[in-house]
Write a protein that binds this ligand. Sequence first.
Ligand code: UD1
Length: 431
Amino acid sequence: MKHYIVKGGNALSGEVEIAGAKNAALAILAASIMTNDTVTVENVPDVSDIRAILKTIEVIGGYVEKVDRHTFRINGSGINRDTAVDNEFVRKIRGSYYLIGSLLGKYKKASVALPGGCNIGLRPIDQHIKGFKALGASVRLASGRVDAKADRLVGSHIYMDVVSVGATINIMMAAVMAEGNTAIENAAKEPHVVDLANFLNSMGAKIKGAGTDVIRIKGVSSLHGTTYSIIPDQIEAGTFMFAAAATRGDVTIKNVIPKHLESLTAKLIEIGCQVQESDDMVRVVATKRLGRTTVKTLPYPGFPTDMQPQITVVLALSKGMSFVTESIFENRFKYVDELTKMGANIRVEGNTAIIEGVEQYTGSTLSSPDLRAGAALVIAALAADDYSEIYDVQYIERGYEDFPEKLRKIGAHIETIDTEEEKRRFMFQVG
Ligand code: UD1
């Protein structure tokens, strides 16, 4: 079975380029079918979640042209009001539920199979549904699909009970072509919410306030074509920042927006890393064993839940006792058992991991429970003594472009292998 083999112990050093943001791309690609004109999207990351949404757009009648590895031309004029979205691709990814908002916004009707995505806890969509209903749609959940329709969508005042990235994005898409004005209060402020708003505005939408608690939308009758470049991936960048910290390395992470990384930078400095920022890069240097801290995941600009496993891996190697509290998803500590196999001393009580730092991890055979935890286990393996093998890397490939290749460029010993022969070759090469 395809998996990664890692020989740990090398301090990572050098430069790495960050790809476009997966979660922004999922929303933007779903929104790109909201006009009948052609839309060009640049800086699209080449990861399996994105291939799945592109395939879904194609299967439902959209035209998708690959201009180069990271640029796509999309035309949604071949999709119609009665198009149902239900195929092998759509159920694989969480982001496919953005097609509910985009189809409902454009055609006032959407029928979409319910999303998959990472198994990190209950992932209700009640806030999405509340928003669609507030705009005048009737919504039915049956046989694993969402059916939403309206004669007309009318702008409304919507107060979100929880801060939800997905619901904010979905409601924004449904509202851009509603009649009149919409206000989304207690909206998510994540960079990809802002990126989607900028993209829709470049198509002629009238959205203000994205990035604050209140997003105001003035409905327009139609959207037009555009060319748009997706923001860099905050979580991919963060993953490399923490990989540098865990291996006591010196890594310059290029093509980032340092502002989006502030909560990560602050924690790295607090535990003893040096972090230098310039226009579009951050450099993380760790020269000694790092220190302890307390972390709580929160909506942006708080510490992102998608970086929780990566910081835990670093803190479990740091001096003293650290506490990591997960406040967004209830089932996000499954990887702790794997880290324990490597010698970590972590006890999970409720939604808090109590971590007593150890000096060193030992290599082990590991299984990725989900996308971000999988990347975190790779970081642990890079910091560990000896060899590790990491299975279920299909989760990692959902969101990281060329992960082993990028790590190799900064000095990691990591290879994707499938056979015993490939394993022997790797071990022979790295010694
Ligand atoms: C998105 C990201 C995911 C990230 C998460 C939080 C994508 C494709 N995924 O997921 O990587 O971890 O944001 O930053 O962009 N909730 C409700 N009702 C709802 C919707 C959400 O109660 O209708 C709750 C969830 O259970 C969770 C919290 O709100 O506890 C936040 O979830 P949300 O922000 O919606 O996450 P996703 O959009 O699913």
